[in-house]
Design a protein around this ligand. Structure first.
Ligand code: SF4
Length: 239
């Protein structure tokens, strides 16, 4: 928090505190959904302005209950922050919109500076770790973003320590390199509570360095790989 806040970088979680999904590693509650607050874009923009932010990351719970998954709301936040703070760069960390390409286009048309969507883990662990998501669908979202808006950098992230192997990590890096993903973050999974999946391994810092080297060698321009790296950690450094 200090590293980011001291450089006027902050992340906002929007569209409520309740998620339609139930990923095993996540500590966000699943349950009765809240209505989308039309005043939220203005409040995010006001907060960004008062905090004099230089880079804003906007992320959300997954709202599979909404026809567009909340894409219009993301677009509205991008436009409102930009109108209040024209020099502030804006990164969106979006859900998969269940493969809805029109929803993705809505977000891209608002011209975020970075389009982030996390793969989170290796394909073999999706059934247990990310049961309502689909690896290929997430990869397709990043591919489609490049096709629809080639000028907007794409970003994705992974956690390690959930039971994956290093070989599986390498395969995911191959997949991300193949679709031209510009920025990849890799960090250590930490158990949010004792009811969440156990940490299967603590990855040595040197191994994180090897992931970064491998990603660069495969053609990924920006790798950010270390135990405490999170998706929005030092996010401004790539813009
Ligand atoms: S979709 Fe995102 S917010 Fe919802 S449970 Fe999964 S990780 Fe948590």
């Amino acid at each position: 928090m200090w590293e980011c806040y001291s450089r006027n970088v902050a992340t906002f979680l929007v569209m409520g505190e309740i998620c339609t999904r139930n990923c095993a590693y996540c500590n966000i509650t699943s349950g009765d959904l809240e209505a989308i607050d039309p005043g939220e874009p203005a409040r995010v923009a006001e907060a960004a302005k008062r905090l004099e932010l230089k880079h804003v990351v906007v992320t959300s719970v997954t709202r599979d209950d909404l026809p567009d998954g909340g894409a219009e709301h993301f677009a509205s936040i991008i436009k409102t922050v930009r109108s209040e703070l024209p020099t502030c760069t804006i990164e969106v960390l979006i859900p998969d919109f269940q493969g809805n390409e029109n929803a993705l286009k809505t977000v891209l048309d608002a011209k975020p500076n970075v389009l982030n969507h996390n793969l989170e883990t290796v394909p073999d662990l999706y059934d247990t770790i990310r049961p309502q998501a689909n690896y290929q669908q997430s990869l397709d979202l990043l591919t489609n973003s490049k096709r629809l808006a080639p000028g907007i950098p794409t970003k994705s992230g992974l956690m390690v320590g959930l039971g994956e192997t290093d070989e599986q990590i390498m395969t995911v890096l191959d997949d991300l390199a193949a679709i031209g993903c510009d920025i990849v973050t890799i960090g250590q999974y930490m158990q949010p509570t004792r009811h969440h999946p156990l940490v299967k391994r603590y990855v040595e810092p040197e191994i994180f360095d090897k992931y970064a080297e491998a990603g660069h060698a495969k053609g990924i321009r920006n790798m950010f790989s270390a135990p405490l790296v999170r998706s929005s950690y030092n996010a401004d450094k790539f813009v």
